[in-house]
Write a protein that binds this ligand. Structure first.
Ligand code: DAH
Length: 357
């Protein structure tokens, strides 16, 4: 029993002085492990007479429990102090400014959208958004593109099965937002609707996803003169050229009558494209007077209201303005491309400060 008293103090001292979790584990194995000192002592009890065995067994069991508790207590202490040291040495200073590298950049699509919004915003247009997943009515039928209409061929898209059976689709243009605006608002209004659009199309000049901005100005006596003035103003500001000669080429869209394609004058000099100068023409957007049938489709009286609409491809506008040669690079997420063509995050486009700095 004397020996046990000594052993106890010795083992408790070893436990107390274990400097880390690994050292503590070593002490535990040497004490309570399969061949640990307490375990060996327990085994030797069998050699004692029954009376002595019971007495010694009680003492050893109590010691075993005491040592196990001491080891657990030491483990908790080591874990706590370990965490405290880590907290003290690995502190994070949340007040430090963000690291400047690698610099993020605003994607040209986002930038050009913001520029377009700034220009039309200054002309009194509100920004509206519509869903990417549309129904047939808004994307086609209401826009005077009934089933079997040949215009649907150019708008092949991705169809989604729905529980109700009526198929939904990824919108092929932003024009359905015109319909949503007409259903939700009371004229007069001017809205633009930028957003993602989709077509089942993929080659050098087409990507399955792209972006458009829709415009709609609806009032009682809006006419083609307003359309021309508004869009000529827009291209001047967008391309930041004082005078951009423009022409409106007769065209066809099911949802406008008359319909036109707007071209801007440009010059191609040694691979460089200059908007606003020279004798070449470049198509920039589609537009027209809202078709009376479209108004009737949403319950508006075509005798009482008239307006104009336009639709513009954002990638194309960005390519023309910033000299980006390949459409597909917009969606490759190549950081080198983004650093080259991207914009500083805090350079918000505005008419006062200039759009493109
Ligand atoms: N939605 C047409 C397209 O994607 C573009 C367009 C043309 C929109 C004329 C219009 C418009 O609002 O008036 O091809």
């Amino acid at each position: 029993m004397e020996d046990v008293g000594q052993l106890r103090s010795q083992l408790l001292a070893e436990i107390a002085s274990a400097g880390d979790l690994a050292a503590l584990e070593q002490v535990r194995v040497a004490t309570l492990g399969k061949k640990g000192r307490i375990t060996e002592l327990m085994k030797s009890l069998g050699a004692l007479a029954p009376e002595a065995r019971r007495a010694a067994g009680q003492v050893l069991n109590a010691l075993k429990t005491e040592l196990a508790d001491a080891i657990e207590a030491r483990r908790a202490e080591l874990e706590r102090t370990g965490l405290e040291t880590r907290l003290a040495t690995e502190s994070i200073d949340a007040t430090l400014p963000a690291r400047p590298e690698p610099a993020g950049a605003i994607h040209p699509i986002t930038q050009v959208m913001a520029e377009i919004i700034a220009i039309f915003g200054a002309m009194g247009f509100d920004v509206l958004e519509g869903p990417d997943i549309e129904d047939d009515f808004h994307n086609f039928t209401a826009l005077n593109i009934p089933p079997e209409h040949p215009a649907r061929q150019m708008h092949d898209t991705f169809y989604l099965a729905t529980a109700e059976g009526a198929s939904k689709l990824l919108r092929t243009h932003t024009s359905p937002v015109q319909i949503r605006a007409m259903q939700a608002l009371k004229p007069p209004y001017r809205i633009i609707a930028p957003g993602r659009t989709y077509r089942c199309d993929s080659d050098i000049t087409h990507t399955p996803m792209f972006h458009q901005v829709e415009g709609l100005w609806l009032d009682r006596a809006t006419h083609m003169g307003h359309l021309k003035g508004c869009l000529i103003d827009f291209v001047r500001r967008f391309f930041e050229v004082g005078d951009v000669p423009a022409r409106f080429r007769p065209s066809f869209f099911p949802f406008t009558e008359p319909s036109a394609e707007m071209d801007v004058a440009c010059a191609r000099e040694g691979g460089e494209l200059r908007i606003g100068a020279g004798g070449d023409w470049l198509e920039i957007l589609g537009c027209g007077m809202v078709h009376p049938k479209v108004l009737a489709n949403v319950g508006l009286d075509p005798e009482a209201y008239q307006g104009f609409a336009f639709g513009l491809g954002i990638e194309r506008a960005a390519m023309l303005k910033y000299g980006i040669p390949d459409l597909r690079t917009f969606f490759e997420s190549d950081l080198r491309w983004l650093r080259h063509y991207g914009f500083a995050a805090l350079d918000v486009p505005s008419l006062v400060e200039g759009l493109s700095r």
